[in-house]
Design a protein around this ligand. Structure first.
Ligand code: G3H
Length: 530
């Protein structure tokens, strides 16, 4: 591989030395141990290629974690705090204030995203902008929800106003691959519905939140949002063991999610919203349009180096077209541009660390030993943390790549003649997020769609798997998810239906009229939010 290191480009690395953490409306300064953050991007200093250190963040202890929890518990105050008692329009006002402050930090956050997780400039900018849009859409969705709930229902002589109320204290933990977007798809709905939050960023992808801490501090009442950093066992376990967390919003692996959930003493009091692993398959049928199928499969398996839970992680291709598919697929993969996140039209960027790269190499080696080859010319070339995508053929059930979620640039292909083979694979998989079907015969596709919608939660037709648009439901079966997220579903997930009801006696009618007319209650209100 060519020398692709940043000295060539004279690009200044970011430096974020973070000692601050947000508790109870204060940015406190940490004087203890810190976690050095190494960029995925290597630098070439006097011939030595090393991951560049771009800063550090605090390694807090149990004590600060419990302080953060206490602050969120106090701000909620059993539903009597300022935030949970606020009207919907007042809460929207605070979220808008945050959004304006967040927008001012766009360039800074995008630059840190590139350096901290190696995401391309284009994708980092998209992640920021998609998050801003998500917040705006959430505000609109909440207005709609509130408008529907602002009227009384009368049934069997009982009048009721039915709304959604917050659940309490939320522990919010985001992933490294979409550290801003996916975190905010739970954090913002949790906040806007009136919950208070303890937020812990992922191990990779913490620094990019630093420019937003002042915005959090200045936009919300104290204690509504608190941030903690450190090792899960040190800071997350004690919070969960307290039994004071009402909602766990977690995006990561099912093993970690299960461990976190298990430390809660009252599982019945914990609502979980989980986005977990996936091993989405593509099934390429003999009558598929080869050009567009290859294009979708390349983007589906290798956008952001395949580091997406929705990535295509196993390609089943019918034997009738396997030769043509392989020829075109490997050619397109070899044409991808590997380089630094800021390089124009770059596709493949550095992996988060050397361990990830070694894991890719292990998967390839294991497949080689069991009879498969890397069939693309540039497959598995490396330079520092860069790993050029390896297309593995033919993948087989005894290989690690068959079951393990690679979450990186290794693309296994399996030939099939009997459609039962890919279907059995999906049935027996530990995961159940999405599938992509490529074909042209409506009857054939319909026969596949009907059983597959009971195996996964989204069947994509002649299109790669993906989460968006964000108004669509995003969820999964088995080890892939718990709960459903979308702009409107998230508002439901972080709230519970609550009603005020009374028999329609003359006395009650006059009380209800008086309360609503005189604006005596935030909940019991017929106000219409424009
Ligand atoms: O990592 C999983 C993400 O939710 C995928 O989102 O399909 O928009 O890339 P995406």
């Amino acid at each position: 591989m060519k020398n692709l290191f940043p000295e060539d480009k004279n690009l200044t690395p970011v430096e974020v030395n973070q000692s601050e953490y947000l508790i109870n409306g204060e940015l406190r300064t940490w004087k203890g141990d810190t976690h050095p953050v190494l960029s995925p991007i290597c630098t070439n200093i006097d011939g030595e290629i090393k991951q560049k250190q771009i800063g550090y963040y605090p390694l807090l202890t149990k004590e600060e974690a419990l302080n953060a929890l206490e602050s969120a518990v106090n701000a909620y105050d059993h539903g009597r705090g300022e935030w949970p008692l606020m009207s919907v329009s007042e809460r929207i006002g605070h979220i808008k204030m945050f959004l304006n402050k967040m927008r001012e930090k766009r360039d800074e956050v995008i630059k840190i995203l590139m350096w901290e997780i190696g995401k391309s400039l284009n994708d980092s900018a998209k992640e920021f902008d998609r998050t801003v849009d998500y917040i705006l859409d959430t505000i609109e969705a909440l207005k709609n929800l509130d408008r529907v709930s602002s009227r009384f229902t009368i049934e069997n002589g009982i009048a009721a106003q039915i709304r959604r109320s917050p659940l309490g204290v939320t522990l919010c933990m985001g992933p490294y691959n979409y550290p801003l977007n996916e975190t905010f798809t739970t954090l913002i709905p949790a906040l806007i519905m009136g919950n208070t939050v303890v937020f812990k960023p992922a191990k990779f992808g913490a620094l990019l939140h630093r420019p937003l801490l002042e915005a959090f501090r200045d936009s919300f009442p104290k204690g509504v949002i608190n941030t903690i950093y450190g090792r899960g066992r040190e800071v997350v376990t004690p919070i969960m063991e307290s039994g004071k967390i009402n909602v766990l919003a977690f995006i990561g692996t099912s093993t970690a999610a299960n461990n976190i959930k298990k430390s809660h003493p009252y599982p019945n009091r914990l609502r979980s919203v989980l986005g977990l692993e996936a091993k989405n398959a593509a099934i390429v049928l003999p009558d598929s349009d080869i050009e567009s199928t290859v294009k979708e499969c390349v983007a589906g398996s290798l956008s952001y180096n395949g580091q997406r839970c929705t990535a295509l992680k196993m390609l089943f291709v019918h034997t009738d077209i396997i030769d043509t598919f392989i020829e075109k697929f490997t050619a397109q993969v070899d044409n991808l541009k590997a380089g630094m996140p800021w390089d124009e039209s770059v596709n493949i960027t550095p992996l988060p660390d050397m361990n990830t790269l070694e894991y890719m190499q292990d998967l390839v080696m294991d497949a080689n030993e069991k009879g498969a080859s890397v069939i693309n010319r540039r497959g598995a070339e490396t330079a520092g943390t860069l790993f050029f995508p390896a297309v593995i053929y033919p993948a087989k059930p005894d290989m690690r790549i068959y079951n393990e979620e690679q979450f990186g640039p290794v693309v296994p292909i399996i030939p099939f003649t009997n459609i039962d083979d890919p279907i059995e694979y999906i049935i027996n998989s530990e995961y159940g997020q999405q599938v992509s079907l490529f074909g042209n015969d409506p009857d054939n596709l319909a026969h596949l769609i009907d059983p597959l919608v009971n195996q996964v939660c989204r069947v994509n037709i002649n299109s790669q798997c993906q989460r968006g648009p964000d108004t669509f439901p995003f969820t999964g079966r088995k080890n892939s998810a718990e709960g459903t997220l979308s702009v409107s579903d998230a508002l439901r997930v972080f709230s519970i239906r609550t009603l005020v009801a009374g028999k329609t006696t003359e006395q009650n009618k006059s009380i209800l009229t008086d309360i609503t007319k005189e604006n005596r209650s935030k909940f019991l209100s017929t106000d219409f939010i424009f």
